[in-house]
Design a protein around this ligand. Structure first.
Ligand code: OAD
Length: 275
């Protein structure tokens, strides 16, 4: 089958699906300039997860861990959403029944949805000719992703457990300059580290949406990290179909009803434009 045939097949599946779950990984942000984890240029090629992304690493050397997350924050803050983020945002704003589940800790899905909302407002397709109540942010919030691995831009207190948005630059020069909670406790990045549980509410919501979806659209993930990777198997187990968009091999290649080999920024807008 040609790519055009595959795209037609995938569009057909999406058009007939009452519910869809979209499951994304680092690859959806690769064209924005955010490094992936595995594969050439992946973060785990230059850094050791056990030194940076475990609770033990943070207990041992919080400055080193914060420095790394501060660096990743800076990279993401400089990046712009790419055509895949915007196309997904636009599609979700125009269509009911889609749940977005991401493993990514960047905020590019949210910003992509904001760009999409701005475009739709300009075109008069949402907001009834003016700004919708609450503005662009509120429109985009309606299609915010379920985050399985937390956010680079949230921090959680190691003493009181309180979590809040935290976008400040990180000064990891000394233990005293590290970010602190109002209660005085040391803050940590609100991301899921190796050996930690995923947020229960998010995991349940993601698995529930996946089990009810007729189609799971997988974009830019190797599917190597569990339990997140199991989202796709929830859809399969309930008799749904899987579409995979990725230029490299993934754990889902043998079970995908349609396999689109290529970059998200190119294929996702093509796939979603006509559905
Ligand atoms: P990976 O780095 O494992 O996989 C990235 C995927 O993106 C690969 O399949 C690439 O082929 C694909 N890719 C690269 N460029 C792409 C492009 N332009 N368009 C589409 N796909 C592209 O990243 P994840 O699967 O997201 O967890 O990794 C899962 C988890 O492992 C992460 O959330 C993180 C990591 O360790 C934690 O930190 C807990």
């Amino acid at each position: 089958m040609s790519v055009a045939d595959d795209l037609r097949c995938a569009r057909d599946l999406l058009a007939h699906a009452e519910r869809v779950v979209v499951f994304t990984g680092a690859g959806v942000s690769a064209e924005s300039g955010v490094p992936t984890f595995r594969g050439p240029g992946g973060l785990w090629k230059s850094f050791r997860p056990e030194q940076l992304a475990t609770p033990q690493a943070f207990a041992r050397d919080p400055r080193l861990v914060w420095e790394w997350y501060g660096w990743r924050r800076e990279i993401v803050a400089e990046c712009r959403p790419n055509l895949a983020h915007v196309a997904l945002g636009r599609w979700m704003l125009m269509r009911e029944g889609v749940t977005l589940v991401t493993q990514n800790v960047d905020d590019l899905h949210e910003r992509g949805a904001e760009d999409a909302a701005r475009g739709l407002i300009r075109e008069g397709r949402i907001g009834g000719g003016g700004e919708p109540a609450g503005g662009v942010r509120a429109a985009a919030a309606r299609v915010a992703p379920i985050r399985l691995h937390g956010s680079l831009f949230h921090a959680r207190c190691t003493r009181c457990g309180g979590e809040r948005a935290h976008r400040d630059p990180i000064d990891a020069a000394t233990a005293e300059t590290l970010p602190r909670c109002a209660c005085g406790g040391l803050l940590r990045p609100a991301v899921v580290w190796f050996g930690e549980s995923l947020p229960e509410d998010a995991l349940q919501a993601a698995f529930h949406a996946a089990s009810e979806a007729a189609v799971c659209l997988v974009v830019g993930t190797t599917g190597a990290v569990h339990p997140a990777a199991g989202v796709v198997h929830e859809t399969l187990g309930a008799g749904g179909a899987v579409i995979v968009v990725d230029p490299g091999e993934t754990a889902y290649d043998d079970v995908a009803a349609v396999r689109l080999w290529g970059a998200a920024g190119e294929l996702v807008p093509e796939l979603l434009a006509a559905t």
